[in-house]
Design a protein around this ligand. Structure first.
Ligand code: HXC
Ligand code: NAP
Length: 273
């Protein structure tokens, strides 16, 4: 179920927008009348995304770039702006992740994730600044619960996404005077995505455990995140900037989920005063 907010005549660019959550965001804007550009590394992902977005009948473009390369981000942006004009909405969502204990992680593995998630977000912001429509543009970063909750096997993503949150706040400070709003969305586990496959596995038991940790007792959907992105880019969010907004069914509220049974055992074991 999607909220209905029109973006006719607007240009929306989504870095990492060819698959998963970011594609869901790109598609929601395409449905709402925007011209949409998606950028990622793999030509096959770009081609498939462009084909899927084109059915909505508005302008669609796709370009290959690796967000770790400042130059290739700039080239993709130049091509996009040449096609559809200045950016009304910019989304930075490219990310990489794998499960690995810090003591076993190679320096290159750590660097790869920090380079994609954090340095990539800086590259996108720095190169796009000149192309943002001022005043009025919205810049949306995609972060993760790892930015504020320490998680085992996630040293790289925790460090990188914490940086993304702070970058979001600093840019909101620096760009606010020009009427650019900068916010971040922090999704919880989103059904069917690469992130969930990599971090939670695909067995029924693993997925049930993941759902069990969410107060709303379900995984998120692509539309849950896309709806928030549409809202953040809309005039209804005109006084919202510098916010890192969880969209996670309440999942980030609690790091350990106690049970009454366990609490009963703990109370029984406690010294009587
Ligand atoms: C240990 C690993 C590894 C693994 C890669 N490396 N996978 N180390 N365990 N499973 C190491 C490699 O050995 C190498 O180090 C270094 O990382 C770089 O690997 P490459 O394959 O050369 O890198 P590259 O081709 O640039 O790929 C980057 C990547 C890859 C991050 C490793 O997985 C990728 O492109 N991912 C994009 C898609 C993705 O991850 N989506 C999920 C996002 S979910 P050495 O030392 O050997 O050279 C997310 C949060 C989800 O962000 C939150 C859910 C709640
Ligand atoms: P995904 O489908 O793997 O999306 C990642 C996208 O980024 C892909 O389109 C990928 O395409 C692109 N990408 C990766 N490395 C890139 C690079 N170096 N340069 C340019 N593009 C690159 O994963 P997802 O699970 O939907 O996650 C999307 C975002 O949501 C990420 O920021 C992630 O951290 C965040 N998130 C996800 C979840 C979840 O439940 N899935 C939860 C919290 C946060 P190419 O391979 O073609 O480059």
């Amino acid at each position: 179920m999607r909220i209905d907010l029109r973006f006719d005549q607007q240009h929306v660019l989504v870095f990492g927008g060819t698959t998963g959550i970011n594609f869901g965001i790109a598609e929601a804007f395409a449905v709402q009348g925007a011209s949409v550009t998606v950028v990622s590394r793999k030509p096959e992902n770009v081609a498939k995304a462009v084909e899927r977005l084109s059915v909505h009948g508005h302008g669609v473009a796709g370009f290959c770039a690796d967000v770790r390369s400042f130059e290739s981000v700039g080239t993709a942006l130049d091509s996009a702006v040449e096609r559809f004009g200045p950016l009304d909405v910019l989304v930075s969502g490219a990310a990489g992740n794998f499960f690995c204990e810090a003591k076993d992680m190679s320096a290159n593995g750590f660097r790869a994730v920090v380079d994609i998630d954090l340095v990539g977000t800086f590259n996108v912001a720095r190169q796009a600044y000149a192309h943002l429509r001022k005043p009025g543009a919205a810049f949306i970063n995609i972060t993760a619960p790892q930015s504020s909750i320490a998680m085992r096997f996630q040293a790289h993503a925790c460090a990188a996404k914490a940086g993304v949150d702070q970058l979001t706040r600093v840019l909101a400070l620096e760009w606010g005077g020009e009427g650019i709003r900068v916010n971040a969305i922090s999704p919880g586990p989103i059904d069917g995505t690469e992130g969930v496959k990599r971090l939670m596995g695909q067995t029924d038991e693993a997925l049930a455990q993941a759902v069990g940790r969410v107060p709303l007792q379900r995984m998120g959907t692509l539309d849950d995140i896309a709806n928030l992105a549409l809202f953040l880019a809309s005039p209804y969010a005109g006084y919202l900037s510098g916010a890192v907004i969880p969209c996670d069914g309440g999942g980030a509220l609690e790091s350990v989920k106690p049970t009454l049974e366990a609490a009963g055992r703990a109370a029984a074991a406690a010294p009587q005063l």
